[in-house]
Design a protein around this ligand. Structure first.
Ligand code: CO
Length: 207
């Protein structure tokens, strides 16, 4: 109960395996991190950032929360974005949602979820902006999946509106905000055809 010994054994085996391919891997990483990507994803255990794109430690700076939200009062998320953009100078920010997201589903339900409801309210705001289109979908699962997609796009747009991303663009930095969605059922990542590289692109898309 107190030790979770299995975790430590698995860790040793994993570290050995990585060192077999590259003996200096950890030593090199310990000197610096130079990730080119910031990943903002859902906390869902089935959507681990590095694993689903088969990338090693050191490649992706990660922030995850319930339903991959970018809220302008969330100091946690904004601090991650600021560090990634201003210090690590990442070139790409990926907002990655997933189909069948429990957070999105909970937000669409007509019942109370306690403390979490104030967080889920941000998803309800997305719903009210797209109510007509979403309500036109009869199948419940398809409706939630559409909401998962719309939520990614809205969060990517929220990211573009932050002072951090805006000032990076204003100073002429190359920085792209992408919107992707992952299928838990097939393990496949899909591009939602969202790629904002300046404010105009975002406003054009978001209307
Ligand atoms: Co989720």
């Amino acid at each position: 109960m107190r030790t979770l010994r299995d975790f430590f054994e698995r860790n040793r085996r994993w570290a050995e395996k990585v060192k077999e391919t590259d003996p200096d891997f950890f030593m090199n990483l310990s000197r610096q991190q130079k990730p080119e990507y910031l990943w903002i994803g859902c906390s869902d255990s089935r959507v681990p950032a590095n694993e689903i794109v088969d990338m090693l430690p050191g490649t992706i700076f990660v922030h995850r929360n319930i339903a991959n939200l970018v809220i302008d009062t969330d100091l946690n998320c904004l601090s991650v974005v600021q560090y990634a953009v201003e210090i690590l100078r990442v070139r790409h920010i990926i907002v990655c949602g997933h189909y069948g997201c429990g957070g999105v589903q909970a937000a669409m339900e007509d019942r109370e979820h306690g403390l979490m409801d104030s967080w889920l309210q941000n998803i309800r705001d997305v719903y009210s902006r797209h109510r007509e289109r979403v309500d036109a979908v009869e199948d419940e699962r398809a409706r939630i999946d559409l909401m998962c997609e719309l939520n990614v796009i809205e969060q990517a747009a929220n990211l573009c509106r932050t002072s951090i991303v805006r000032s990076a663009w204003q100073s002429g930095r190359e920085l792209a905000v992408h919107g992707w969605i992952y299928g838990i059922e097939d393990g496949i990542l899909r591009d939602l055809d969202v790629c904002f590289t300046n404010l105009d692109e975002m406003y054009k898309r978001m209307g």
